[in-house]
Design a protein around this ligand. Structure first.
Ligand SMILES: [Zn+2]
Length: 182
């Protein structure tokens, strides 16, 4: 008797400008090259560069389906679902990912594991213990050049989720990080 298997969950995380989307695109290309059916999704609210692609900060593009919630892809026939900017889905990401994995659909997600308050970004508190693989990337601290771990908001806000790029954020190390004030 075989026991039911739960498909893999790969979590790619780290601060902004650490190469998370590039790593996600690499995983997508590897899976597609091995013959897997890959569905790429992104939060519909992320319109920074393109509504229908995931785009790295350096401009590399992969076609992606924009969704308001991950329930929209619950019936996918894909072998692998790749999700960029997973933190935009917050807690609502968790149950759909569990359900897809139970159906045998592998998942790879990318996003910021720490918010601009320096606190763990939901849903990473729930995804990291579930992960079969964690890739925590670091970039370069904008102030001292050490490896970066944090994403610092340059403009004051109390909103936790902000769609932004290089004019709104810098990546820093823990020592240089100045958390947003509530
Ligand atoms: Zn630093």
């Amino acid at each position: 008797m075989t026991s039911p298997t739960v498909a893999s969950l790969t979590v790619v995380c780290g601060p902004m400008f650490a190469g998370k989307t590039t790593e996600l695109q690499r995983r997508i290309a590897l899976a597609a090259a091995s013959g897997a059916r890959v569905l790429v999704v992104k939060p519909a609210r992320d319109h920074r560069y393109s509504p229908s692609h995931i785009v790295t900060h350096t401009g590399t593009r992969v076609a992606a389906q924009p969704v308001a919630t991950l329930d929209e892809v619950a019936r996918t026939e894909a072998d692998l679902v790749a999700i960029d900017e997973i933190h935009f889905f917050a807690r609502d990401a968790v149950a759909p990912i569990d359900a897809l994995r139970a159906r045998g659909v592998a998942i790879v997600v990318a996003g910021c594991d720490l918010d601009h308050f320096g606190e763990i970004f939901t849903p990473f508190d729930e995804l990291l213990p579930r992960a079969t693989e964690v890739v925590r990337l670091r970039g370069t601290c904008a102030r001292c050049g050490a490896p970066s771990t944090h994403s610092e908001r340059l403009v004051a806000t109390t909103d936790r989720i902000i769609v932004g790029g290089a004019t709104e954020f810098v990546a820093t190390c823990a020592a240089c990080f100045r958390p947003s004030r509530r």
